[in-house]
Design a protein around this ligand. Structure first.
Ligand code: PLP
Length: 417
């Protein structure tokens, strides 16, 4: 990763790579509004390079991977394994064997809960999460807890939406087997001090899993510097296709884990009496994978590297700072989540307007945001709100789109006044 000062993005040039952005919505009768897509934490748009890579694969190279002896299968395998190498390089893993392709973050966490958890977590053991987690970093651990009689422990958050680090430290003990934490909260935009949290987990002999669904396209991720035991991510939040993501796991840990799904590709030998499992990473990739998706993911990472995650992060921080400044001055608006370290996400409520109504009104103005609990119901409970409105930024967003957001909010306020 480039350590020098971030460069300014040429946002108009970037936007030209995303044809989906150049549209008007609700355009019946020519009354439409230019789209301001501010729902990037749910999923990002895809650049032409990614769309073309997926299309080219199907038009030219489509074949199944690994077992084929013909030209197309060899090409498909090379492209699929090439994508794995790109993921390795992007997150600084030591070996491509440590990269397992999965459907996304949700599946990555379920894989760890099922394969590592069932083999290593016993009655009375504890799994420590935080009050900021997405449901996909809560429910798999509840399922494991209920299956083995373990305990799920939750480190509380404060009113700014930061994990209470004193409590986090206090809750760690030799009973803690795993710490599972988000790198960047999707509901509030809080950046967790994951490096410190991982090191504290290791001090009590626990492993650490990082949910990187939000972080991977916004923060510099180096799994070796973090010393994460597992790191989960979703391509679709990183300018790549849906239905594909990756789980990083330290090789020495993955090697001790039993498989979690059985079938083709994950075996080296099968008889009716016995099966020998394949080596890493194939042991965890049963069945035909999402080949085109993985290839598209690799191209999304090429795109991110080309534009530069640090440059994107600096751009998004400028947008977030500007949006936060405008939000603070907006009558009746309450920002939910004001952590000292935040990235790319502004969650808020507007007095007298339900977030869902707000979402609908903004949509009529061409502004796409998300309204709801953001799959983080415990966070909503903590702040005593049923839902929030959430604007989330990406490389292609502009200051004018932030202005469009606040102009639309003004309309909503007038409507409900
Ligand atoms: N974790 C966080 C923090 C998220 O924001 C999301 C998606 O919104 C997920 C996990 C789940 O990701 P996916 O639906 O791609 O599996």
């Amino acid at each position: 990763m480039n350590e020098s000062r971030p460069a300014m993005l040429d946002v108009q040039a970037i936007r030209a790579e995303f044809p989906v952005l150049a549209q008007r919505v609700h355009d019946a009768g020519g009354q439409g509004r230019p789209l301001a897509y501010l729902d990037n934490a749910a999923t990002t748009q895809k650049p032409l390079a990614v769309v073309d890579a997926v299309r080219d694969f199907y038009l030219r190279d489509n074949a199944n991977v690994h077992r084929g002896v013909h030209a197309l299968s060899e090409r498909a395998t090379a492209a699929y394994e090439g994508a794995r190498e790109k993921v390795r390089a992007f997150i600084g893993a030591e070996s491509a064997r440590e990269i397992i392709f999965v459907r996304g973050t949700t599946e990555a966490i379920n894989l760890v809960a099922a394969a590592w958890g069932r083999a290593n977590v016993r009655e009375g053991d504890e799994i420590l999460i935080t009050g900021l987690e997405h449901h996909s970093n809560i429910v798999p651990w509840q399922m494991l807890r209920d299956a083995v009689g373990a305990k799920l422990v939750v480190a509380p958050i404060n009113r700014r939406g930061e994990v209470d680090m004193e409590a986090f430290e206090r809750l760690l003990s030799p009973r803690t087997k795993l710490v599972a934490i988000s790198h960047l909260s999707n509901a509030l935009g809080t950046i967790n001090p994951v490096e410190r949290m991982i090191s504290l987990a290791h001090e009590v002999g626990a492993l650490a899993l990082v949910d990187g669904a939000q972080a991977a396209a916004h923060l510099d991720v180096d799994v070796r510097r973090l010393d994460a035991d597992f790191y989960a991510m979703s391509a679709h939040k990183m300018y790549g296709p849906t239905g594909i993501g990756a789980l990083y796991g330290k090789r020495e840990i993955l090697e001790t884990m039993p498989p979690w799904q059985g079938g083709g590709d994950m075996i080296s030998m099968v008889t009716f009496d016995e099966t020998r499992y394949n080596e890493l990473p194939y042991r965890f990739e049963a069945g035909t994978p999402h080949i085109a998706g993985a290839i598209g993911f690799g191209h999304a990472l090429d795109w991110l590297e080309r534009v530069g995650v640090a440059n994107i992060a600096a751009h998004e921080t400028r947008l977030l700072d500007y949006a936060t400044e405008r939000a603070r001055a907006f009558p009746g608006l309450t920002i939910i989540g004001e952590a000292a370290h935040k990235a790319s996400i502004l969650s808020f409520t507007l007095e007298g307007v339900h977030p869902h109504d707000l979402g609908t009104i903004l949509d009529r103005e061409g502004v796409a945001i998300r309204a709801g609990h953001h799959c983080a119901m415990p966070v909503m409970d903590f702040f005593g709100v049923p839902a929030t409105a959430r604007a989330s930024f990406a490389a292609y967003n502009t200051r004018e789109e932030v202005d469009a957001l606040f102009a639309a909010l003004e309309k909503a306020r007038e409507l409900f006044a």
